[in-house]
Design a protein around this ligand. Structure first.
Ligand code: MGD
Ligand code: MGD
Ligand code: SF4
Ligand code: MO
Length: 754
């Protein structure tokens, strides 16, 4: 979005970098004045090969955040008389002393950690966080993942031996896209990073392809699609099983080249037996004939892809639905083929076989102390976070300290009120965050970090979820305020002060550890390179640059430290000043399967066991007056944290309850009135908007609001878009059982005029 350009002062410079707000990673063109430290304008970079000038309204957040007078730039310590700014030395010493003494007195698991979404947008955060984790070695790690993609991680761990081996819809080459529970026109696509999703959909249609959307709301994306079917929330697994059932019944199964290395097809046929289209029609709300048509069209298409996102993850059967999305792709030969669902190949090498480190499923090695929920990839679900901190539930073995990193779980996870109260019981809490908000107000110490214009960055995570391979380095634009460091450095310092060492020592350890992983190992691109040689070529400057250079040069497109090679180096990426296109996605199976000697096993006991739960749930859905709640993302929001920027917070109240007019008539609700929404966990009120875009029996309230608490420093959010916390309705006991992911979509609610 262009913002007005004032008459350019003489020191105005044009800089390009990647937008750090969402997965699309659009290219930005910024006019900046480094002398005055001002961002003069933000617009889309026409020369970016990925986004080609496109940006959404949130692009202006890079300017808004940098300029926000309420953004924190110095450590804040809570005192009897309120918040006090302290020096960085004092802050790290204080954090280190408190954390190490709690650890000494109560053991390593007494320190819990929560990591939120923005860490995924920070290369330094992503690269340094493992060091923090290793040093803390606590069994209490929580993340926003268990409100997000965890079911997909779990199915990928089980099927491919790698939680991040998530296949991505090849939207640029498919002819038939079946999209469940995603709203790309608003979210810009998730686990399918594609700047300008609208254009991608138009291109698909222009080449004669079709988009079919399954969603309980006729979303912006559903409007743009070729067909939209309302689906009862939480029933995607029934629908997908019915597709599988038809594939077998009508002899539409054709695995193509996947047949050579896939096991379990016959067992899938048996498992799908109970789910004929006729059997699931009432449960899903989709007529049997429509299900059959979709199955035939999907199997008959030249290149088809089935894709599921938030609506298929944060629901009662997230794991089964996520698994069945892959099963549908496999049975029709569309997994890992052009125009189907494909695996990216990031330049930093994280999906290369040489990183294989055993492919055991990390599941249930320990359990949460109160409810006995199994860990998965060393994480416990956010649904158990409050109880793990409370004396009343976890007793003497409870966590006594909490570290939050870029997260606002009081608003983003279930039952924030309970979590808030539990945080007050802690002996010590430190928040690594740029705002004093609903979560960080409970901390004893807040450690702010640079915002992204103040540090260099690399699209590390989302280069691994893109619809076309790319690599991008973004330069630092402004020197940060005195003492302010990037997220990775803050994590290293915090770790060092807790472990009694120095940040630079940890940085060296990290670098040396990575050298040993990437260099000189048989069967890798750098098997003949010596560690000393690589080290010398990478230089001595600490920070993300030498780590990235190491990964890129030893990665799949790299120069392997060969001076005569024209392979990729960080220098090339720096010089490019835009995203570097690394080509369309290419087949990667079976080489990428890290387990079972490269065999793709379609079935697993974790899936089979949950099918019993699925079948049992059919009964309880029969109530005709059943009303369920789903969420809603909006263009100018990013979860809980962009509401303090005037440009994005302006306009009418957005935290509204969408209700189908027929339900409204039955419930006595009127447009513009106020509704009280109640669930087992709690109740909230919200203004009502009537709309036939809602499926009957389903109401929608967006998450990320509830900025009405005291003692925060987000006055614009308080004033302009306070809204209500939808997650107060979410029950910390209702989960997708295998993955522990909270159910945010399909919660039974009662709604009445307030
Ligand atoms: N009901 C419902 N709940 C949901 C969802 C839903 O669909 N429905 N979606 C879920 C999903 S997908 C997600 S990812 C989670 C997100 O859950 P969280 O990650 O807990 O929430 P965010 O709003 O992303 O929190 C971002 C926090 O990071 C801080 N921050 C932002 N930028 C920076 C930075 O550069 N440095 C530092 N140090 N801090 C920064 C912000 O101030 C804020 O406190 O919410 C989940 N909650
Ligand atoms: N503008 C904006 N963009 C964002 C974000 C944001 O907050 N704002 N958040 C970012 C983050 S962290 C994420 S994870 C992504 C999420 O990206 P998406 O998943 O594409 O975004 P959502 O809008 O949550 O889409 C979920 C859809 O699922 C539907 N749904 C609900 N329940 C069900 C169900 O049971 N079955 C089916 N089939 N559909 C259901 C909802 O109506 C909704 O349309 O977006 C990212 N992009
Ligand atoms: S779509 Fe995402 S990456 Fe692109 S401009 Fe908007 S917020 Fe930034
Ligand atoms: Mo997310």
């Amino acid at each position: 979005m262009a913002s007005p350009t004032p008459t350019a002062p003489s020191n105005s410079e044009t800089i390009t970098r990647s937008c750090p707000i969402c997965e699309a990673c659009c290219g930005l063109e910024l006019k900046v004045d480094r002398v005055q430290k001002k961002i003069l304008s933000v617009r889309g970079d026409d020369n970016d090969p990925r986004s080609k000038g496109y940006v959404c309204p949130k692009a202006t957040a890079v300017k808004g955040l940098y300029e926000d007078p309420e953004r924190l730039t110095r450590p804040l310590r809570k005192t009897e008389s309120g918040w006090e700014e302290i020096s960085w030395d004092e802050a790290y010493r204080y954090a280190g002393e408190r954390l190490s003494s709690i650890r000494e007195a109560h053991g390593k698991d007494a320190i819990a950690t929560y990591i939120g979404n923005p860490i995924g947008h920070s290369a330094s955060g992503m690269l340094n966080f493992p060091m923090y984790l290793q040093a803390m070695d606590s069994e209490r790690l929580f993340s926003a993942g268990s409100m997000d993609q965890q079911p997909k991680n779990l199915t990928s761990s089980i099927m491919y031996g790698d939680m991040w081996a998530i296949s991505i819809p090849d939207i640029q080459r498919t002819q038939y896209m079946l999209s469940l529970g995603g709203n790309q026109l608003v979210s810009q696509g998730s686990l399918m990073s594609a700047p300008n999703a609208k254009k991608e959909i138009q291109n698909l249609q222009a080449r004669g392809g079709r988009l079919i959307v399954m969603d309980p709301r006729r979303t912006e994306t559903a409007e743009a699609a070729d067909a939209h079917h309302f689906i009862v929330p939480g029933t995607d697994a029934f629908f997908l099983f019915a597709l599988v059932n038809v594939f077998f019944a009508e002899d539409l199964v054709n695995l193509g080249r996947l047949a050579d290395f896939t096991d379990g097809v016959d067992r899938v046929r048996e498992l799908a037996q109970p789910f004929s289209p006729e059997t699931v029609a009432e449960t899903t709300g989709i007529p049997a004939a429509a299900i059959r048509t979709i199955a035939r069209d999907f199997a008959g298409a030249d290149r088809a892809v089935c894709y599921g996102r938030i609506g298929t993850c944060t629901q009662e059967f997230g794991t089964l639905a996520s698994w069945l999305v892959d099963v549908v792709n496999v049975l029709t030969g569309n997994l890992d083929r052009e125009g189907g669902s494909m695996f990216t190949r990031p330049a930093t090498g994280q999906t290369e076989p040489y990183l294989w480190d055993g492919a055991e499923l990390n599941y249930g090695r320990w359990k949460s102390s109160v409810r006995g929920i199994p860990e998965y990839e060393a994480q416990l679900p956010v649904a158990v976070m409050a109880e793990e901190l409370e004396e009343a539930s976890a007793g003497e073995g409870r966590a006594r300290a909490l570290v939050t990193v870029c997260g606002n779980p009081v608003l983003s996870s279930p039952n924030g009120a309970r979590l808030s109260a539990a945080m007050e019981e802690l002996d010590f809490m430190v928040a690594v965050d740029i705002y004093l908000n609903e979560t960080t107000r409970h901390a004893d110490l807040i450690l702010p970090t640079t915002v992204q214009m103040e540090s260099s960055n690399y699209d590390f995570l989302f280069a691994g979820t893109a619809v076309r391979n790319f690599a991008r380095y973004s330069p630092q634009i402004f020197d940060p305020a005195e003492g302010l460091q990037d997220l990775g450095d803050v994590l290293l310092e915090l770790t060092a002060h807790t472990a009694g060492t120095e940040g630079s020592v940890l940085d060296t350890m990290l670098f040396e550890g990575m050298l040993a992983t990437f260099i000189g190992k048989p069967g890798t691109p750098c098997e003949n390179v010596s560690i000393d040689d690589a080290r010398a070529k990478l230089g001595t400057e600490r920070g993300i640059e030498r780590l990235l250079d190491l990964m890129i040069r030893s990665g799949p497109y790299g120069d392997a430290f060969d001076d005569a090679s024209d392979g990729l180096t960080l220098t090339q990426l720096r010089d490019a000043n835009a995203a570097v296109d690394l080509g369309a996605l290419e087949p990667r199976l079976p080489e990428m399967i890290r387990k079972d000697h490269g065999r793709l096993k379609l079935v697993h006991e974790i899936f089979e066991t949950d099918i019993e739960r699925l079948l049992a749930s059919m009964e309880e859905r029969r109530d005709a007056d059943r009303l369920v709640l789903i969420g809603r993302r909006q263009l100018r929001n990013m979860n809980t944290w962009l509401h303090n920027l005037p440009n994005l917070a302006k306009g009418p109240e957005r935290c509204t309850l969408l209700v189908n007019p027929r339900d409204a008539a039955r419930l006595g609700l009127s447009d513009g009135g106020t509704a009280k929404i109640s669930a087992r966990a709690g109740s909230v009120t919200a203004p009502v908007v009537l709309s036939d875009e809602m499926m009957q029996g389903v109401v929608s309230l967006p998450h990320g609001y509830g900025h009405d608490t005291n003692n925060t420093r987000i006055s614009v959010a308080n004033e302009k878009q306070a809204g209500t916390n939808a997650n107060q309705l979410l029950d910390e006991y209702t989960m997708d059982v295998p993955s522990g992911t909270s159910v945010a979509n399909g919660i039974v609610v009662q709604v009445a005029p307030a």
